[in-house]
Design a protein around this ligand. Structure first.
Ligand SMILES: Nc1ncnc2c1ncn2[C@@H]1O[C@H](COP(=O)(O)OP(=O)(O)OP(=O)(O)O)[C@@H](O)[C@H]1O
Ligand SMILES: [Mg+2]
Length: 241
């Protein structure tokens, strides 16, 4: 089953001599359990593509299905529900709520989706444990390192058991050590069978994926099967902890 299906997707900005074809006729199928990395130079349309697939932006043309449900033409309410329940989004710059603790940040999507405070607490505890931050649960974001913050953001993205995690440069603001923490976490997600689409400039991050799509000027120029990740990660884990 394809979790995501994209057909002839386009997004244009401006008109005439100011026309930008941010995404220019893209087709994509993402089967359940696949970890897909999208790379390409700055401005080639990666974030736009991700936002279109998350229902954060409306396309100019083409179609997007999420688990068989058409999202490009969905109404605002249906879209809000889909974003809340079916998509977990990870931003480059964390986007944590600074006034809330790590645990409260993870609880928030559960509460917004109508979960009880008890269910939210339980889920947040579980997820923070899973991302190795059980002991940091009561900290405010500014007291956490970059890697820790991004792990909280990933935990938050997973809160409602989304069909797909979409991550835009999840290691973009992180140093090497913090990048390794996040990579390890994404490797766990892959092992769990979580469907993930991530955008990255970083070849090391891309190498952790099952499949690598290269974009240029709004179109796909390469689609490569990486065969379940590269060996260097095993080395990293062997050295770790
Ligand atoms: N709201 C907008 N109005 C006009 N042009 C836009 C808008 N949003 C994006 N663009 C343009 O669309 C193109 C694709 O932008 P996008 O942000 O998707 O690129 P990207 O591949 O994510 O780049 P980066 O690697 O720098 O994040 C760029 O030329 C950008 O300037
Ligand atoms: Mg971008």
């Amino acid at each position: 089953m394809n979790v995501l299906q994209v057909r002839d997707l386009t997004k244009r900005h401006g008109r005439k001599h100011n026309l930008v074809r941010a995404v220019d006729g893209v087709d994509l199928d993402v089967p359940a359990g696949q970890m897909l990395a999208v790379t390409g130079p700055s401005g080639c349309g990666k974030s736009t593509l991700l936002n279109l697939m998350a229902g954060l932006e409306r396309p100019t043309g083409g179609q997007v299905w999420l688990a068989g449900e058409r999202i490009d033409t969905a109404g605002e309410r249906a879209l809000a529900r889909l974003r809340r329940r079916s998509v977990g989004f990870v931003f480059q710059s964390f986007h944590l709520v600074e006034e809330l603790t790590a645990a409260e940040n993870v609880e928030l999507p559960v509460l917004l989706a109508g979960g009880s405070p008890r269910a939210a607490k339980r889920r947040a505890g579980q997820l923070l444990d899973q991302v190795g931050l059980a002991d940091r649960a009561r900290q405010l974001p500014w007291k956490l390192s970059g890697g820790e913050r991004q792990r909280v953001a990933v935990a938050r993205a997973l809160a409602n058991e989304p069909l797909v995690v979409l991550a835009d440069e999840p290691t973009g603001n992180l140093d090497t050590a913090a990048t390794n923490e996040v990579l390890r976490l994404f490797a766990d997600l892959r092992a769990m069978g979580q469907t993930v689409v991530m955008v990255t400039h970083d070849a090391r991050v891309a190498a952790t994926a099952d499949r690598l799509v290269s974009m240029r000027d709004g179109v796909f120029v390469e689609d490569t099967w990486l065969g379940g990740g590269s060996g260097w990660l095993d080395g990293l884990f062997a050295m770790g902890d």
